[in-house]
Ligand binder design. Structure first.
Ligand SMILES: C[S@@+](CC[C@H](N)C(=O)[O-])C[C@H]1O[C@@H](n2cnc3c(N)ncnc32)[C@H](O)[C@@H]1O
Length: 198
């Protein structure tokens, strides 16, 4: 991941302005008041925010912001759709070994506020799977060449390893449950959330 980020920074001629470092979200290795902003993109949903966000607040300068882009589920969901959501969550917990959880927008807000953030804004965007996004997704991935090469490598690995085949199967089942089932996906989307270190 760090290597990819460094390559991307190089392509964008930003290498002299950025550094990349891996750290545990529950135990950030930075002094307090270090940053103007902390961002998570599809990471907070794999964390316990009430454990991680007080640490994010600690490393933010006064007036700095935490911004998140994460999945949400609606507050009210019919029982049948809810049990499929819970099955999907369980699959991603099993694959990752992490406490993956879809929270409602009000629970996301609560996580910010209970951790000490103020001026919290949570915006909801339903329907996480956008139609007609295929071409721009291929472009974001690095083009058709890179996509086909990666798919080929994945296929070769899957053919060699039963464990990997099982894992790919579970990912596909989890995605089918949470994103491709119209009766479920209408209750799921993503939020953009922001909160200020007072
Ligand atoms: C779905 S990935 C998102 C990655 C990235 N946002 C992207 O778009 O490629 C979730 C990431 O959360 C990271 N993660 C989970 N728990 C973590 C923790 N305690 N500290 C740091 N990273 C964590 C995992 O390593 C994984 O890379």
């Amino acid at each position: 991941m760090v290597k990819q980020a460094q390559e991307r920074a190089k392509t964008l001629q930003l290498s002299d302005q950025v550094t990349f470092q891996v750290s545990d979200a529950y135990d950030l290795e930075f002094p307090e008041n270090s940053f103007d902003a902390v961002l998570t993109v599809f990471v907070s949903q794999f964390l316990d925010p009430l454990r991680a966000y007080p640490g994010f607040l600690r490393v933010l300068k006064p007036g700095g912001y935490l911004g998140i882009n994460e999945m949400y589920r609606a507050n009210e969901i019919p029982q049948e759709a809810l049990s499929r959501v819970e099955d999907g969550e369980e699959i991603f917990r099993e694959i990752t070994g992490l406490p993956f959880k879809l929270r409602s927008p009000s629970i996301w807000r609560e996580a910010f506020e209970k951790s000490g953030f103020r001026d919290v804004i949570i915006e909801e965007y339903s329907n996480i799977v956008q139609k007609n996004r295929t071409l721009s997704m291929v472009e974001e991935f690095g083009g058709w060449g890179k996509l086909i090469k990666t798919l080929w490598e994945m296929l070769v690995l899957a053919l060699k390893s039963k464990k990997l085949r099982r894992r790919f199967g579970m990912i596909s089942r989890g995605k089918r449950l949470l994103l491709r089932d119209n009766e479920v996906s209408k209750y799921i989307g993503y939020i953009l959330g922001v909160g200020k270190n007072p």
